[in-house]
Design a protein around this ligand. Sequence first.
Ligand SMILES: CC(C)(COP(=O)(O)OP(=O)(O)OC[C@H]1O[C@@H](n2cnc3c(N)ncnc32)[C@H](O)[C@@H]1OP(=O)(O)O)[C@@H](O)C(=O)NCCC(=O)NCCS
Length: 251
Amino acid sequence: MAAPRFRVERMTSTDFSDILRPCNRRGGDLCTAPLPICWPVPGEPQAYDEELRRLDYSTKQQKRWFDIDPTCHFVKAVTKDGEIACIARWNYFPNGYDMELHHLVSATEFVPAGAAAPEGPFRVELYRDMVLGMMGLRASWQPKGPAWVLMAMVTRQCYRKQGAASQLIQWGVEQARKDDIPAYLEASVTGKPVYEACGFKQVGEAVPWDLRPYGIDLVFHIAKMALYPASCAKPDESGLIKALTPKGVEI
Ligand SMILES: CC(C)(COP(=O)(O)OP(=O)(O)OC[C@H]1O[C@@H](n2cnc3c(N)ncnc32)[C@H](O)[C@@H]1OP(=O)(O)O)[C@@H](O)C(=O)NCCC(=O)NCCS
């Protein structure tokens, strides 16, 4: 097996400002999904300014989680020249996905009710519906019990297909293995292979997400994916384990 190309480290507070430096935007930025779908950047010459605004919004949101939520573990894949190629946010939830906390915080993240939406191509409503919808979905298929959950990940365009994301997925997989608990994530159907290569399996059917009412000609399919530890009971035929105790499973 080839040696890993990237150094994997925990992110620090200053990394969030580094991400915003101009040299770190060339060759693709580190704006996390689903923002790029909801905030398409128009072609040149406006692209750069708009991309900047979008990256700024995305990075501030991630930094906010970094500052306030101790369940967040941000990791980065760094090149030998010290550039951040990929970032990921893994959350360790001692009692399962914390819908209450995440819903509360996220609800205040968007444009407050009654305020004007930002000018330009940012479809705030779509973004809010996608983020909150994803939370509802998560609560419906991830059983209560300790778990590592991959909440966000992005590789800069110029470093894609070089194994950066796989290394950060592997980081979370190792935490879950050490703790002997499941790891979960959601993937677009096209993004599934990279997670499957790291041991994740799809749970149930992919969930269709129709973006046409928002003016985007796309039905997006989300695959729910899990990796259970060896100590877990076998998942049912849909791939789901019903309930987890701290170190095992109750079905
Ligand atoms: C999804 C995403 C994070 C993957 O990042 P990445 O760093 O390119 O991922 P990897 O390089 O680890 O793996 C991607 C593919 O490259 C292949 N690959 C890995 N190392 C490679 C190498 N040295 N040479 C060629 N290909 C390689 C992998 O096998 C994988 O192939 P597969 O898709 O056929 O399985 C990236 O495409 C991205 O940022 N997309 C937009 C945001 C997004 O969708 N985020 C996920 C939401 S959680």
